[in-house]
Design a protein around this ligand. Structure first.
Ligand code: NAD
Ligand code: DAU
Length: 360
């Protein structure tokens, strides 16, 4: 039975990945979820797997080399899928330090622990061991020519403290692959959306605010473009890269689904109106009139767009979920999980929202 260490498994993509993997492999794998449970980590995301015998949760910081080393000493770990990170660009602009700590030093700690456990005395690595570093398209910077796309060969040009910290972590993984032939892959993915996404990000924030008749904040002119991918498609891509990808390679994962932010918000409003019953009092609250243009994000990247040619050609991955279907599924998930949303928006979230959006 193969053993996976999944870091950041209580977050948005990590928890979707754990669900995806148990749905696909059921009892054939074991997952150890290592998460510090920051504001973004939520064990409620994993309620339906927590009683499985082949699932373990360990509360630990990826920067804590002792705690991480112990996990590798006590378990014969075959795979690492490293999601744990500070992930929100706006927070990185206000408070960069924790981004460097978790994203850079945390990645280094994970690399060192896996290397110590997997390296043979002659410097080769044990058969079948693999580390997958989950990264972002933001490391490539911003595209200005509408005909350009991000390829694996596109030079790194990060602009925010978040993307700079992710770029640094990618370089560390690359350095370990080049220097030690450490068995790893990097995936650089575009914007994800779907169930369990924390409502600091554009899509869940818009859904939640619209249902409460609150302003829908649009940064700048609303014409920044992101390339949206349904989270399950990302999880499938990660698994395929570990199963079929070539070691030491980077794979870009993206949706070929570029949209301006303002367009995304209009689609959400229209879909909410279609999905809500006439008798539902929230229907009257959802309106284009809630859209409010606010001060732009500092250093706001204009356009991201992934060319997923390599991953399609080499491992047969492609984005399966059309945006209109994915957003409908996502909205229905949020309808069915109002309690989840109530929990994550209580307490500290109110203060975060105040700090980020009042007088903006
Ligand atoms: P998230 O913020 O929802 O979750 C991050 C998780 O990491 C949380 O569970 C949190 O508790 C945990 N964590 C944070 N600091 C930790 C630490 N020091 N030690 C242990 N655990 C810690 O993030 P997400 O959106 O699920 O992103 C996951 C990964 O995917 C990140 O590496 C991110 O850079 C990358 N990524 C995200 C997107 C996206 O659109 N969300 C796109 C491409 C790549
Ligand atoms: O591209 C991949 C990246 O996508 C990931 O690496 C990051 O972890 C993830 O957070 C995401 O980054 P973005 O900054 O693109 O996502 P966010 O949802 O914060 O913003 C999407 C776009 O919407 C961006 O252009 C900023 C804009 N925006 C965002 C918020 C929260 C608004 O206009 N209003 C808002 O209130």
């Amino acid at each position: 039975m193969r053993t996976y260490v999944v870091t950041g498994g209580a977050g948005f993509i990590g928890s979707n990945y754990i669900h995806y993997m148990f749905n696909k492999y059921n009892d054939e794998i074991r997952i150890i979820n290592v998460d510090k449970l920051t504001y973004a980590g939520n064990l409620e995301n994993l309620k339906d797997v927590e009683k499985r015998e082949n699932y373990t949760f360990v509360k630990a910081d990826v920067c804590d080399s002792e705690a991480i080393g112990k996990i590798f000493e006590e378990n014969d770990v075959d795979r690492v899928v490293h999601f744990a990170a500070e992930s929100h660009v706006d927070r990185s602009i206000k408070n960069p330090d924790v981004f460097v700590k978790t994203n850079v030093l945390g990645t280094l700690t994970m690399l060192n622990a896996a290397k110590a456990a997997w390296e043979n005395p002659d410097g080769t690595f044990k058969e079948g061991k693999k580390f997958l570093h989950v990264s972002t398209d933001e490391v490539y910077g911003s595209l200005s020519n509408p005909e350009d796309f991000f390829y694996e060969t596109t030079p790194y040009d990060p602009h925010s403290p978040y993307s700079a910290s992710k770029a640094s972590s990618d370089f560390l993984v690359k350095a370990y692959m080049d220097t030690y032939k450490f068995p790893a892959n990097i995936t650089n993915c575009s914007n994800n959306y779907g169930p369990y996404q924390f409502p600091e990000k554009l899509i869940p924030l818009t859904i939640n605010n619209a249902l409460h008749g609150k302003d829908l904040p649009i940064y700048g002119d609303g014409k920044n473009i992101r390339d949206w991918l349904y989270v399950e498609d990302h999880c499938k891509g990660i698994d395929l890269v570990q199963e079929k990808g070539r070691l030491f390679e980077t794979y870009n994962i993206g949706g070929h689904n570029e949209r301006e932010n303002i367009r995304i918000v209009h689609i959400i409003i229209d879909t909410l109106k279609e999905e809500l019953d006439d008798s539902d009092p929230r229907k009257a609250l959802v309106s284009d009139k809630l859209i409010k243009y606010v001060t732009d994000r500092k250093g706001h990247d204009r356009r991201y767009a992934i060319a997923p040619d390599k991953i399609r050609k080499e491992v047969g991955w492609y984005p399966e979920t059309k945006f209109e279907d994915g957003i409908r599924k996502t909205i229905r998930w949020y309808f069915d999980h109002q309690e989840w949303m109530d929990h994550v928006t209580s307490g500290n979230y109110q203060k975060y929202y105040e700090d980020m959006y009042s007088n903006r």
